[in-house]
Design a protein around this ligand. Structure first.
Ligand code: MG
Ligand code: ZN
Length: 235
């Protein structure tokens, strides 16, 4: 059995190395085209698509955004983003895979015209585990967590919180109805990654979204440096 495990390990290393190679090429494309790219990661139901819908509605006239939406089955999320005004949206249906890989993003991007695009959002499949191992060519990973989850999630899934530069706490309006403590989740996340930039938002009431929009404006205007926010260990 140990031989088999070693084979499995070697195969996994090979897959990751190939993924890194494709991701590096994607990142080069983003760099050349002046596109800021973000990989959104969370559990299912934390509000990745909701956050992107709000962002499209609020900033759609101001910033040129391209989006790829990963899902295990259905292109429902991509359709929601198109309904919210997204003009450059492509679905990635993984057909069972629980995370996106760089080649999937590359294939979806072949159908997106990057001319004039300011920001590329990559909505990963809802999962906090393996997406942390797959570089998608993004500049930064953004981890979402909502107040209907446990506030100890950063401790349970440290990998993704360590490799993310931004954490968005969503559903702040519901915190009063649960045992979730915003203060505690901040402490837990910062104990894993002291450099995390944290936003507290409610996609239901709109509370806190202005700070998120302002940050995105700053990224595009160049007043927010992605390089200084990049996590060393991310790749
Ligand atoms: Mg979604
Ligand atoms: Zn996976």
């Amino acid at each position: 059995m140990p031989t088999l495990n070693l084979k499995k390990f070697e195969f996994r290393q090979k897959v990751l190395a190939e993924n890194d190679r494709v991701a590096a090429a994607l990142r080069e494309t983003f760099e050349e085209r002046g596109v800021a790219s973000f990989n959104l990661v969370s559990s299912p139901g934390s509000g990745k698509t909701s956050l992107l819908e709000h962002t499209l509605r609020e900033l759609g006239d101001e910033l040129n955004m391209a989006l790829v939406a990963g899902d295990v089955q259905t292109d429902n999320d991509a359709n929601r983003l198109i309904a919210a005004g997204g003009k450059r949206v492509r679905p990635i249906v993984t057909g069972g895979a629980c995370h996106l890989e760089a080649h999937m993003v590359g294939t979806a991007m072949e159908e997106i015209d990057l001319d004039g695009v300011d920001i590329m959002f990559i909505e990963n499949v809802g999962n906090l585990v393996c997406p942390s191992s797959y570089d998608l060519g993004e500049h930064l990973k953004i981890a979402l967590i909502s107040t209907t989850e446990g506030d100890d999630k950063p401790l349970k899934y440290p990998g993704i919180f360590r490799r993310s530069s931004v954490m968005v706490i969503n559903k702040t309006d519901l915190a009063q109805y649960s045992n979730f403590s915003i203060e505690r989740v901040r402490e837990n996340a910062l104990s894993i990654n002291p450099g995390l930039r944290i936003f507290e938002v409610s996609c239901q009431t709109g509370e806190g979204l202005d700070a998120w929009y302002d940050w995105l404006r700053g990224v595009v205007a160049g007043s927010e440096s992605l390089a200084s926010m990049a996590v060393e260990e991310a790749r």
